[in-house]
Ligand binder design. Structure first.
Ligand SMILES: Cc1ncc(COP(=O)(O)O)c(C=O)c1O
Length: 381
């Protein structure tokens, strides 16, 4: 409980000891956590001086601002990196660092809705839960579209519903579904819209989970601006890793003019969802991207995919019936007891458990998990 009076020196010492203990417990999680799509292997402690200063990237990341304490120059470098990754034209692309995937999706769909105020919002049945919520926030008609056996949107089903609805379409293209890592067929979606006669479109790629995989896997898939999307959401805390959730959103700068209010945010343009914005995440992302470079990130993605193959083989040997889409780092398998799911931070979907081989998930970690699974069933790993 937080009391009315300031804490005594002894009380403060006890609080610090408590916080250190909690931090140590959280740090231990990286050796026992295989279910969440977040990288736990990073260390930004040398950026600690930024915990003793204030900064706020209020308003637009571009142009001037009356607010002096910001990190927008770092933010723009991060945005440039992701714009290049998403094959966006450098001179006509706007982007900023957001609070995460939901925030990025909200921005992308908002821009689409402002371009086409009458648009229906389409997304696959397996879309992240943020998207139906965004439809409610923006008061858009939301139509979930059936998926195929791999969990990606069925373009024929999209064509059928678009023919029924007509008008304009904002389509969320999932690039790495939360459940299986499935990637929607972007060329198929574009063909479906054209065949249904929908001329006014905005395609938003929800690449929060799979953007880096789609871009850097040995066999890249169409997902980016050069492939026909108008806006992109990518997570910062998933494949890169960060103590604070964060994300990146990119969009065509001409389309962003639909939402921009010049000079409204302490002298900066108002063209972001939040007014005051996190100035620390851009520094963390900038630091990690500089450290790894595109090459280091590519190696990381390839290693995650290799470990996913390894996990599938080991789980097969354990009799856990794994399933795994090629080119993804998500492996589903027959769920163990609740106690084991808890211990290994595994999420359950019906009777299946959900593992994601993020950068901290090593072969050794998988071997330990398989030993636990085997001891539960008595089957040798
Ligand atoms: C595909 C996808 N989109 C959006 C999100 C939402 O991201 P956040 O939780 O950062 O808002 C997630 C998060 O798991 C995701 O997997």
């Amino acid at each position: 409980m937080i009391g009315d009076r300031p804490r005594s020196p002894d009380g403060l010492r006890a609080d610090r000891a408590l916080l250190e203990e909690i931090a140590a417990q959280m740090d231990e999680a990286r050796f026992q956590s295989v279910g969440a799509p977040v990288n736990l292997d990073f260390d930004y402690r040398h950026l600690a001086p930024f915990l003793a200063v204030h900064a706020n990237n209020a308003g637009s990341p571009c142009g001037t601002s009356e607010y002096r304490l910001h990190t927008k120059h770092f933010e723009r470098a991060v945005v440039d990196f992701f714009a290049h990754l998403a094959k966006a034209p450098p001179d006509t692309t706007f982007g900023y660092v957001t609070n995460g995937g939901t925030d990025s999706n909200l921005f992308g769909v908002f821009v689409g809705r402002e371009r086409h105020p009458d648009a229906v919002l389409y997304a696959s049945e397996d879309v992240h839960y943020s998207v139906p919520k965004i439809a409610r926030l923006l008061r858009m008609d939301f139509v979930p579209v059936a998926t195929n056996q791999h969990g990606s949107m069925d373009p024929h089903a999209l064509e059928t519903v678009c023919r029924q609805k007509g008008g304009a379409a904002v389509v969320v293209v999932t690039v790495g579904s939360t459940g299986t890592g499935a990637i929607d067929d972007l060329p198929g979606i574009r063909r479906a819209l054209a065949s249904a006669g929908i001329a006014r479109t905005h395609l938003h790629a929800d690449a929060a989970f799979g953007g880096l995989l789609a871009a850097l896997a040995p066999r890249p898939v169409p997902w980016a601006f050069a492939d026909g999307v108008d806006s992109v959401a990518i997570s910062g805390h998933k494949m890169i890793g960060s103590p604070i959730p964060c994300g990146i959103v990119l969009a065509n700068s001409t389309h962003v003019e639909e939402i921009r209010v010049p000079g409204a945010a302490v002298g900066a343009d108002d063209d972001t969802i939040s007014g005051s914005r996190d100035a620390l995440s851009p520094l963390l992302l900038w630091h990690e991207l500089r450290r790894l470079g595109r090459e280091g990130l590519t190696d990381r993605v390839h290693e995650c995919l290799r470990v996913a193959e390894y996990a599938a083989q080991r789980l097969e040997a354990c009799g856990r019936n794994p399933s795994h889409l090629a080119g993804t780092n998500t492996v589903l398998f027959d769920a163990p007891s609740e106690e084991l799911c808890d211990r290994w931070h595994l999420f359950r979907q019906n009777k299946r458990a959900h593992m994601v081989t993020m950068p901290h998930v090593s072969e050794e970690l998988i071997d330990r998990l398989c030993a636990d699974l085997a001891s539960e069933t008595g089957q040798l790993p």
